[in-house]
Design a protein around this ligand. Structure first.
Ligand code: ZN
Length: 149
């Protein structure tokens, strides 16, 4: 297990722009505001989206394309550093017009309307590095880690 403590930083509510890609817009915002560690929540509606399922055997993401308007029932994620830039890792639950829900790793989504909550965390940001066991970019201990247990 890897752990790191943080202090609370800015608490931000953000209305996302209609038609913009949710992941890109939030990523650009994080970069502009120099937010390197945070927790992220969003709700709203998307015009279309792409989520993904990570195949644990092949170590590859399987894309799931959602080509119709959906409710963004819940989107949660976190922010850390990858390749020196703030990186948003978010998962989403999306509901169709009949109420059925699908979910997965959020790759992209065109915003119809969305409201995000970003809780900035102050402290040494976590850094993602490639993990050969999972094939994913996971938080690494780095040099300033408080501990691994
Ligand atoms: Zn994911």
């Amino acid at each position: 297990m890897l752990k790191r403590g943080f202090e609370q930083g800015r608490c931000l509510l953000v209305r996302l722009d209609h038609g913009a890609d949710i992941v890109k817009q939030v990523s650009d915002f994080l970069d502009k505001e120099k937010i390197e560690a945070a927790i992220f929540f969003a709700i709203g509606a998307l015009i279309k989206a792409e989520i993904a399922y990570y195949d644990q055997s092949s170590h590859e993401y399987k894309a799931i394309s959602v080509k119709e308007p959906v409710e963004l029932v819940s989107c949660t994620g976190n922010v850390s550093l990858r390749d020196g830039y703030p990186f948003l890792h978010a998962h989403a639950a999306l509901a169709f017009s009949d109420g059925k829900v699908i979910g997965g790793h959020l790759t992209s989504g065109s915003v119809f309307a969305a409201e995000a909550f970003i809780q900035e965390l102050s402290g040494e940001p976590l850094v993602r590095t490639h993990d050969s066991t999972t094939g994913l970019y996971l938080w690494d201990s780095g040099v300033n880690c408080e501990g691994r247990s």
